[in-house]
Design a protein around this ligand. Sequence first.
Ligand SMILES: Nc1ncnc2c1ncn2[C@@H]1O[C@H](COP(=O)(O)OP(=O)(O)OP(=O)(O)O)[C@@H](O)[C@H]1O
Length: 365
Amino acid sequence: MSAIHLHNLVKKFGDFTALKTMDLTIEDGEFVALLGPSGCGKSTTMNMIAGMEQPTEGRILFGERDMAGVPMGRRGVGFVFQNYAIFTHMTVRQNLAYGPRMHGTPKAEVDRRVGAIAELLQLTPLLDRRADRLSVNILQRVAIGRSAILEPAIFLLDEPLSNVDAAFRAVMRTELKHLQRQFRQTMVYVTHDQLEAMTMADRIAVMDHGVLQQVGTPIEVYNNPANVFVAKFIGSPGMNLLPGRPAESDRGLVIDLGPLGATAPLPDRLAHVLRGSSGEVLFGFRPEQATLAAEGRGIAAPVTAVERIGARTIVHLGSGEQAMKVVLDNDQRADLDGSAVVSPDMNAVRIFDRTSGRALGGAFQ
Ligand SMILES: Nc1ncnc2c1ncn2[C@@H]1O[C@H](COP(=O)(O)OP(=O)(O)OP(=O)(O)O)[C@@H](O)[C@H]1O
């Protein structure tokens, strides 16, 4: 069994708590991304799973087996770091074959595995090249192959693509996902890049300041962020969050956005929760879940910048706490001088408690 259970996991370095009470189960064969900004505790978590760091409190189980006191070499995990660790004086073939040879695998089986992994990672034409003649991109591919060839039941990858170039990263995202499907490994992938997490992971564990903020499928964390941090961190650009207060109007419950006026009436799932409350909230909507509308049909604000990025245009509006962005397809014509009127898709709106940052109201699909 290669499920990974983290129970009340805590890591302190002296007085500093790098990880606060983490509870997470990664199912057998699942691909989970640990996602968060630099310093949030991703690598610390990963290093404890690998056995390179010991937890200050809590337990790590692989299936039923408690990993306390089990050294790294006995955990049966494959590990790939940001910086490739390969032997530069050897050929690609020798690098790939190194692990299975050390494990005493018969030569015919080593050759078969080298051939298969080289094919999967598009290394076949390079098998007899010396590693010191290869680009950083290819070296990282060899490093992944060197770990993958041992077919570990648990494969841990810590920012493996952060040093490779953007085009190659896109190719590798597909290949890594393919590799995991092929071997049905339990894969834990550390990244600060939400695109990597969104495209590859079955579930994403979003972390900040040593605290697990939310665990869910990519679409769950995108559609239903549990709090303001996740709302801003997931999505590119992140969610718009405008301060306001619930208010009754003749059309139903709206959010009074102060200088920006009032929103359209809230859908029932939110109106139920907010009716009768006058506490400060944040009105959240994704830049791609809004359009520009005619006057009187939305939130009017001055346009401050327009970025045209290939097939889409990002319109920046307002400033300070009232700043927001709208992503338009380029076929949507917008009069971008002066002010514009933003009409969020009210069915996709999220409301957050301003003080706690927590999402209020039911999830939507
Ligand atoms: N050995 C250590 N001694 C003291 N502090 C440490 C040690 N290792 C990590 N930390 C601190 O713990 C916090 C979490 O570090 P960690 O490396 O887990 O973050 P991360 O989310 O992986 O970020 P990055 O992507 O920058 O590595 C950071 O503030 C870091 O400085």
